[in-house]
Design a protein around this ligand. Sequence first.
Ligand code: ATP
Length: 483
Amino acid sequence: MANEVNNFQDIISHCKEYGYVFQSSELYDGLSAVYDYGQMGAQLKKNLRDDWWKSMTQIHENIVGIDAAIFMHPTVWKASGHVDNFSDPMIDNKDSNKRYRVDHLIEAFAETIDKIAGDALINEMEQLLAKDDFAGLKTLIENNKIKCAISKTSNWTEVRQFNLMFSTQIGSVAEEADTIYLRPETAQGIFVNFLNVQKTGRMKIPFGIAQTGKAFRNEIVARQFIFRMREFEQMEMQFFVRPGTQMEWYNYWKDTRKKWHESIGIPTEKLRYHDHVKLAHYADAALDIEFEFPFGWKELEGIHSRTDFDLSQHAKYSKKKIQYFDNDLNAEGKPYGNYTPFVVETSVGLDRLFLTIISLAYQEEKWTKEDGTEDSRVVMKIPAKLAPTKLAILPLLKKDGLPEIATELMKECKKHFHCFYEEKDAIGKRYRRMDAIGTPFCVTIDHQTKEDNTVTIRYRDTMTQERIPMSEVRTLVEKACKG
Ligand code: ATP
C-alpha cells in the first residue's frame, strides 16, 4: 500500500508546518545554521534526551549525571588543547570569497564522480588530513579541478586552519574583562568536576559521568538543516577506567551505544561504524557511529578513547593533583596505587539524533481505496515511546454528551502521558492531522460509548481501528510507550 518517498526538503517543510523546527529569528529573515524547536519538536527532543539520560544514569549503576555551566575558566580551553588545536583546515575561493572546510569541499566533489574514484579520493584526503599536509590538500583540490559552487572557478587560496570557538567578554568593565569561550563540547565540564564527583559520590573506578547541554561551534559551512549547527546540544558521557583497560571499555561502549540507537527504533542496517584514520590530539582510538541520512552516511555519535590526556592536562594547568587512589589494586595483590584514570567517551548530538528519528519517521503514503479512488497521507511514524503526543482524544460530535465523556478520559490519561483533545472538524481530517504530527493512537468517543463504555481506537501506522473498553485505553497506550 505504501508508496514511501523520503525527500529531505519535504521533511524540512513538514518540520516547520507542524511545529517541530523553525529557523531561528525567522521574523528577521533567520540566522544561518541556528534553529528553534517548536511545540512538537521540543517535546520530541526532551523524550530523546530523557531516554538517553535514563540509559546512562539509571540503567548503569556506576554512571551519574551532572549539569555544568556553559561558561568556564578560559584556561580550561588552553589545557584541553582547544585554543591551539580546535580548528579545521579551510580554503577560500578568491573570486566568490566563499570559505569552505577542505574535507567538506572534497567530500561534496567525491559524491559527484563515480564511486570507485570517489572512494579513492576520500581515502587520499584522509591520509593528507592525518599528516596535516595542507599543501598536499591544495594540490589534491587543484588536480581534481574542484570548483567553487558560486563562482564556478578553481581560483583557491592556500589551505589554512581556523579556530571554531566563539569568544566573548566576561566582566562589566571593558578594560578588566576577560576573554572567555562558549564551550565547543560539554566534556570539559565533566573533566574539571572529576574529583568533585568522585569524592562526593564515593565513586569507584570504573565509573562514568554523563551530561547533556548546549555546545557552540563557529562552523564555516553550516548546512543540511539541523545536521550541522552553530548552537547545538550534545549528550556526552566520560567513562573513567584503569590505565590499560581502555580498549576493553572502548569495545563495550562501541557495542552498547549502537544497541541503544537500535532500541529507539533505528534499524541496524541504517547504522555502521567508521574508524578514524586521523586521531584527535587526545585519542588512542576513535570511531563514529554513522547513520544513513537522506543525504548519505554521516556521523551521528563519536566513541573516543581519550587516554589520560584531559585529566593530566587539567592537573598540569591547575597545578592540582587529579588522581584516583585504587584500593582494589591491593586486594588483587598489586601494590597500592594512585593513577590518572583513562577515559572512554561517548558523544552524541541530540539534534542529529532528532534528525535521524524524523527522517526515518517521515513517510508519504498513497493507496487505492476499495471504491477505486486514490487516497494519500503524510505520516510521521515516530516510535510510540518517543512521540511528542501519545494519544488524541476525539469526541465524534460536539454534542449529545460526547465531549463530556471525552473530557473525563482526558482528565484520567493526561496525568500519565501527553494527550491532545480535539473536537473540531470531521473525524477523517482530525486523524490526518494526528498522522502528520506523529500521534500513535487516536480514540473516538461516539454514541455507542454512552451505551457500552467502549471507544474506537485507531492505530497510526496501520490505520486499523478496533473497539475496546474505554477503561483499557490508558494501559494500552502506556504499554506501547514502554516499547
Ligand atoms: P563533524 O565531523 O560532523 O564535524 P565532530 O567529529 O566534530 O563532527 P564531535 O566533536 O565528535 O563531532 O562531537 C560529537 C557529536 O556532536 C557529533 O557526533 C555530532 O552528533 C554532534 N555535533 C558536532 N558538531 C555538531 C554541529 N555543528 N551541529 C550539530 N551536531 C554536532
